[in-house]
Design a protein around this ligand. Structure first.
Ligand code: AMP
Length: 116
Protein backbone atom coordinates (compact mmCIF):
# COMPACT_ATOMS: atom_id res chain seq x y z
CA UNK A 1 0.00 0.00 0.00
CA UNK A 2 1.28 3.45 -0.94
CA UNK A 3 1.82 5.91 1.88
CA UNK A 4 -0.98 8.02 0.51
CA UNK A 5 -4.31 7.39 -1.22
CA UNK A 6 -5.13 10.38 -3.45
CA UNK A 7 -8.87 9.89 -2.91
CA UNK A 8 -8.71 9.60 0.88
CA UNK A 9 -10.24 12.38 3.00
CA UNK A 10 -7.94 11.82 5.97
CA UNK A 11 -4.83 11.68 3.74
CA UNK A 12 -5.88 15.16 2.56
CA UNK A 13 -6.30 16.33 6.17
CA UNK A 14 -2.87 14.89 7.06
CA UNK A 15 -1.37 16.78 4.10
CA UNK A 16 -3.08 20.02 5.14
CA UNK A 17 -5.13 20.13 1.94
CA UNK A 18 -8.43 20.07 3.85
CA UNK A 19 -8.70 22.21 6.97
CA UNK A 20 -8.98 20.57 10.36
CA UNK A 21 -8.40 21.51 13.97
CA UNK A 22 -5.22 19.63 14.79
CA UNK A 23 -4.55 19.13 18.50
CA UNK A 24 -1.37 17.03 18.21
CA UNK A 25 0.95 15.82 15.49
CA UNK A 26 4.35 14.22 15.09
CA UNK A 27 6.21 12.34 12.36
CA UNK A 28 3.81 9.39 12.44
CA UNK A 29 0.48 10.56 13.83
CA UNK A 30 -2.03 13.41 13.52
CA UNK A 31 -4.83 14.01 16.03
CA UNK A 32 -7.64 16.37 15.02
CA UNK A 33 -11.12 17.28 16.21
CA UNK A 34 -14.02 15.29 14.81
CA UNK A 35 -16.20 17.53 12.61
CA UNK A 36 -19.38 16.02 14.11
CA UNK A 37 -18.46 15.54 17.77
CA UNK A 38 -20.34 12.96 19.84
CA UNK A 39 -18.88 14.10 23.17
CA UNK A 40 -17.42 17.34 24.61
CA UNK A 41 -14.00 15.96 23.62
CA UNK A 42 -14.05 13.95 20.39
CA UNK A 43 -10.83 13.71 18.43
CA UNK A 44 -9.55 11.29 15.80
CA UNK A 45 -6.03 9.86 15.94
CA UNK A 46 -4.78 8.78 12.50
CA UNK A 47 -1.48 7.52 11.08
CA UNK A 48 0.12 9.81 8.51
CA UNK A 49 0.57 6.73 6.35
CA UNK A 50 -2.56 5.48 4.61
CA UNK A 51 -3.86 2.34 6.32
CA UNK A 52 -7.48 1.57 5.42
CA UNK A 53 -8.55 0.11 8.77
CA UNK A 54 -7.38 -1.92 11.74
CA UNK A 55 -7.92 -5.01 9.56
CA UNK A 56 -5.05 -3.81 7.36
CA UNK A 57 -2.48 -3.54 10.14
CA UNK A 58 0.35 -6.06 10.13
CA UNK A 59 2.76 -7.44 12.69
CA UNK A 60 5.20 -4.72 11.54
CA UNK A 61 2.90 -1.95 12.79
CA UNK A 62 3.65 -2.23 16.50
CA UNK A 63 5.59 1.04 16.59
CA UNK A 64 2.80 2.81 14.72
CA UNK A 65 0.20 1.60 17.21
CA UNK A 66 2.40 2.67 20.10
CA UNK A 67 2.67 6.12 18.50
CA UNK A 68 -1.11 6.36 18.03
CA UNK A 69 -1.86 5.35 21.62
CA UNK A 70 0.89 7.57 22.94
CA UNK A 71 -0.61 10.53 21.10
CA UNK A 72 -4.08 9.80 22.49
CA UNK A 73 -2.70 9.39 26.01
CA UNK A 74 -1.05 12.77 25.68
CA UNK A 75 -4.15 14.52 24.31
CA UNK A 76 -6.32 13.02 27.05
CA UNK A 77 -3.87 14.23 29.70
CA UNK A 78 -3.63 17.71 28.15
CA UNK A 79 -7.43 18.03 28.15
CA UNK A 80 -7.58 16.68 31.72
CA UNK A 81 -9.81 13.71 30.94
CA UNK A 82 -10.03 11.26 33.82
CA UNK A 83 -11.95 8.66 31.85
CA UNK A 84 -12.40 8.30 28.14
CA UNK A 85 -13.26 5.83 25.41
CA UNK A 86 -11.11 4.80 22.45
CA UNK A 87 -12.94 3.12 19.58
CA UNK A 88 -12.26 2.17 15.98
CA UNK A 89 -14.84 0.94 13.50
CA UNK A 90 -13.65 -1.76 11.10
CA UNK A 91 -15.68 -2.02 7.92
CA UNK A 92 -18.95 -0.47 6.81
CA UNK A 93 -20.98 -3.00 8.78
CA UNK A 94 -19.39 -1.71 11.99
CA UNK A 95 -20.02 1.91 11.02
CA UNK A 96 -16.72 2.83 9.37
CA UNK A 97 -17.36 5.69 6.94
CA UNK A 98 -13.81 6.94 6.28
CA UNK A 99 -11.44 4.20 5.15
CA UNK A 100 -8.26 5.54 6.70
CA UNK A 101 -7.52 4.01 10.09
CA UNK A 102 -8.68 6.29 12.90
CA UNK A 103 -9.21 5.92 16.60
CA UNK A 104 -12.05 7.94 18.10
CA UNK A 105 -11.11 9.38 21.50
CA UNK A 106 -14.26 10.48 23.31
CA UNK A 107 -14.54 12.01 26.75
CA UNK A 108 -16.11 14.66 28.91
CA UNK A 109 -19.43 12.93 29.50
CA UNK A 110 -20.64 9.65 31.00
CA UNK A 111 -20.36 6.74 28.57
CA UNK A 112 -22.87 3.90 28.30
CA UNK A 113 -22.21 0.36 27.17
CA UNK A 114 -22.68 -1.33 24.77
CA UNK A 115 -22.38 1.16 21.90
CA UNK A 116 -25.21 1.00 19.36
P1 AMP B 1 -16.13 6.43 11.20
O1 AMP B 1 -17.62 6.56 10.91
O2 AMP B 1 -15.80 5.55 12.36
O3 AMP B 1 -15.38 6.05 9.94
O4 AMP B 1 -15.65 7.86 11.64
C1 AMP B 1 -15.42 8.89 10.72
C2 AMP B 1 -15.47 10.16 11.50
O5 AMP B 1 -14.89 11.18 10.70
C3 AMP B 1 -16.88 10.63 11.88
O6 AMP B 1 -17.00 10.73 13.29
C4 AMP B 1 -17.00 11.99 11.18
O7 AMP B 1 -17.69 12.93 11.97
C5 AMP B 1 -15.55 12.37 11.00
N1 AMP B 1 -15.27 13.28 9.91
C6 AMP B 1 -15.71 13.20 8.63
N2 AMP B 1 -15.21 14.20 7.88
C7 AMP B 1 -14.42 14.93 8.71
C8 AMP B 1 -13.61 16.09 8.53
N3 AMP B 1 -13.50 16.72 7.35
N4 AMP B 1 -12.94 16.58 9.60
C9 AMP B 1 -13.03 15.97 10.80
N5 AMP B 1 -13.76 14.86 11.03
C10 AMP B 1 -14.46 14.34 10.00
Amino acid sequence: MADRDPDCLFCKIVAGEIPSEIVFSNDHVVVFRDANPKAPTHVLAVPRRHVASAADLTDADGDLLAALFGAMRRVAADVGLRGYRIATNVGAEAGQSVFHLHFHLLGGRPMSWPPG
